[in-house]
Design a protein around this ligand. Structure first.
Ligand code: NAG
Ligand code: NAG
Ligand code: NAG
Ligand code: NAG
Ligand code: NAG
Length: 222
């Protein structure tokens, strides 16, 4: 009896469905739209709170000022330039970006909350060339950065002690911005300290900014 009522139930559903399609053409439209929607989803979900632009070889994803408290899901896997500035994201982990291996540039400036970056958070990004982490109240230079980096910007943080070991992975760095880490608007209350050999390994360095850093001396090996 149970099986029979199930069969009757599904039979009715089937017929009803067909009738619905027959009686309400818009319903058929919906059916045709489903595959289109699914294809769209493979690219990126409509719920992604960011602007996505794709042009020759570049996919830019702009999530500026969207009140985000975490990196949104659904960023397209072939994103090359990602902007997450002016949000409220407190923590970056090694899993945060590890599925976005095409990234060449991350702009993560001005998160309005203190930011904690776990070491190795960018290690999987072997195409990363530019990393902007300014104005995030960072107290240290993150470790485990990819060796591909050519630009690193850490201005207006709370980094006032620079060691050679901080840059051990950054042999390809060309531009290093470390300014405004200790000045009247962002006081650190001590002298900005740079280990004598800190920049020795950075053979490709052409731009080094230490503006407004409460320096008492210029490191002799710069
Ligand atoms: C990125 O991937 C989407 C979906 O596969 C594709 O339509 C787009 O052309 C790709 N863009 C680039 C620059 O590779
Ligand atoms: C990152 O590594 C350095 C050097 O080993 C260590 O001093 C620092 O505390 C680590 N940072 C975090 C957030 O774990
Ligand atoms: C994307 O990032 C690369 C690497 O930093 C940069 O040279 C390029 O100008 C960026 N493109 C856009 C459209 O922002
Ligand atoms: C330096 O002193 C000011 C004023 O007392 C304080 O607000 C700030 O947090 C101090 N900075 C550090 C890095 O301790
Ligand atoms: C600069 O360093 C001196 C010690 O050399 C310290 O007394 C002063 O507070 C520091 N300035 C700022 C703006 O943190």
């Amino acid at each position: 009896g149970y099986v029979v009522s199930l069969l009757v139930f599904y039979g009715t559903c089937l017929i009803l469905n067909l009738c619905l399609i027959f009686m309400f053409p818009p319903y058929t439209d919906t059916l045709f739209f489903i595959p289109l929607t699914l294809m769209d989803r493979a690219w990126f979900p409509k719920t992604l709170p960011c602007d996505v632009k794709s042009s020759e070889g570049t996919v830019t994803v702009d999530c500026t000022d969207r009140r985000l408290t975490e990196v949104p899901r659904g960023i397209p896997g072939n994103a090359t330039n990602l902007t997450l500035s002016i949000n409220h994201i407190p923590h970056i982990y090694p899993t945060t970006f590890n599925h976005l291996e095409s990234l060449e540039e991350i702009d993560f400036r001005c998160n309005c909350v203190p930011l904690k970056i776990e070491n190795g958070s960018f290690a999987a990004l072997t195409s990363l060339r530019s990393l902007y982490l300014d104005a995030n109240q960072l107290a240290e230079i993150p470790r485990g950065l990819p060796a591909t980096l050519s630009l690193l910007s850490l201005e207006a943080n709370s980094i006032f002690s620079i060691q050679e070991a901080s840059f051990s992975e950054l042999g390809n760095i060309e531009a290093l911005y470390l300014g405004q880490n200790c000045y009247y608007r962002n006081p650190c209350n001590v002298s900005f300290e740079i280990e004598k050999t800190a920049f020795l390994g950075l053979k490709k360095l052409t731009i080094l900014s230490l503006k407004s850093d409460n320096l008492t001396q210029i490191p002799p090996t710069v």
